[in-house]
Design a protein around this ligand. Structure first.
Ligand code: FAD
Length: 371
């Protein structure tokens, strides 16, 4: 089968990797560099206790790949220990208890800590403001660059073609298959996989397929100098996700957890969002943040019901959606890629993904088409 994947972020490249083992695959990426948009701008966390009921099974079914990738995929581990500590004031304790309950239904390692135990893990927390914290030791840092590069190398070694500076500008479907225009090239394909992130609706419209109604939401991140001893801290997350910070290469990666709707663009941070995060983090800690070393923003793209959209479009079955990854597209990519490959190949979903409890209707694009 000839397959074109639109988008060279983590979604597109992981799907290409899976499909290139058995098919002729071409990835089209509009930018000169792959992973330039959301994939290159994440907080790089793997946590199974996050996201809605459709993403959790895909994250859980991805863990094996992260822990034990194929030989030669990466020259060092894809995950490294981090752990998350979700902190709660008295007015947020219900939220922390829900998180604890959800986490402990999955793992015995998840614990509710008192303020003393929480500040022992991260001494800059203001213990007088804390009522409790949820400790999730199995959450880990992802080496996103190594993951993405492993998929790039693997796609190429399986015979796939990756074209950068190759924007899909239009495509038409006929009984002979897809005729896709990308730059000056015309490419033929039997299946088109739409993994274009914030541009998912733009690409579908260019292909004559009705858009879904995705909303890209901007999230801001920035780096500050970390105090001594911070390297071993867990990621600290406010129970309402009003801020988070985590050690990252001698610095602290911080975010206000913002979700501002945006057009699909090259996202840039707003000063107000950075200032908001600094205020919130300074309220909750003794860090006294003032100087920002670098800052960026990325678009987390959500379907109208916030769940991922993975499957054939009912109107044009040779158009396959792999979109709406929101804030969990990296950690769920290995399983999402295997799942979309099974759809393209008309095979049953991988058994481990079904066993993890993926709600097949919950991710099916047909839910937006009145089916
Ligand atoms: C601040 C921040 C923190 C995050 N933290 C985490 C985290 O801790 N863990 C996690 O799992 N996820 C996290 N995420 C979310 C994660 O980054 C995304 O879910 C994921 O990167 C989405 O991948 P993607 O491939 O769908 O999108 P993208 O990486 O944006 O890739 C889509 C690609 O399609 C290309 N494209 C668009 N239109 C066309 C066209 N017409 N022709 C050709 N190419 C086209 C784009 O140029 C782009 O490269 C975070 C995101 C942000 C912004």
């Amino acid at each position: 089968m000839r397959i074109v994947v639109a988008g060279g972020g983590i979604a597109g490249i992981s799907a290409a990797y899976e499909l290139a083992a058995r098919h002729t695959v071409t990835v089209l990426e509009q930018e000169p560099h792959l992973a330039y948009h959301t994939t290159g701008r994440s907080a790089a966390l793997f946590t199974e206790n996050y996201g809605d009921g459709t993403v959790r099974p895909l994250t859980a079914a991805s863990r094996r790949f992260f822990d034990d990738p194929p030989d030669g995929f990466a020259d060092h581990p894809l995950l490294s220990d981090r752990g998350t500590l979700t902190i709660a004031r008295a007015d947020q304790l219900d939220r922390a208890e829900q998180l604890h309950e959800a986490g402990s239904s999955r793992s015995d390692a998840v614990e509710m800590l008192d303020p003393g135990a929480a500040t022992a893990m991260c001494p800059v927390l203001r213990s007088e403001l804390l009522a409790g914290a949820v400790w999730e030791p199995e959450a880990a840092d992802i080496d996103v660059a190594a993951l993405h590069q492993g998929f790039v190398r693997g796609t190429r070694s399986r015979g796939g073609t990756i074209r950068s500076s190759a924007e899909l500008t239009s495509a038409t479907w006929s009984k002979n298959g897809w005729r896709i225009n990308a730059g000056d090239d015309v490419i033929r394909a039997d299946v088109l996989v739409n993994a274009s992130g914030a541009w998912a609706d733009v690409v579908s419209t260019r292909c004559g397929v009705e858009p879904i109604g995705f909303v890209p939401r901007r999230r801001t991140a920035f780096m500050v100098t970390a105090p001594g001893g911070a390297a071993g801290w867990p990621m600290i997350i406010d129970a309402d996700e009003a801020f988070y910070f985590k050690p990252d290469g001698g610095q602290l990666l911080c975010s206000p957890g913002d979700e501002t709707p945006s057009a699909p663009v090259d996202a840039h941070p707003e000063e107000i969002d950075v200032a908001t995060a600094i205020d919130r983090i300074n309220m909750a800690t003794t860090l006294g943040l003032r100087h920002v070393r670098s800052q960026w923003a990325g678009l987390r793209t959500f379907a109208p019901d916030d769940a991922m959209v993975i499957g054939r479009d009912p109107s044009t079955p040779s158009f396959v959606w792999l979109a709406g990854q929101g804030g969990t597209g990296i950690q769920s990519a290995p399983a999402a890629a295997r799942f979309v490959a099974s759809i393209v190949e008309d095979l049953p979903p991988p058994p481990d993904i079904l066993a993890a409890g993926l709600d097949l209707e919950g991710v099916d694009p047909a839910r937006f088409r009145g089916f």
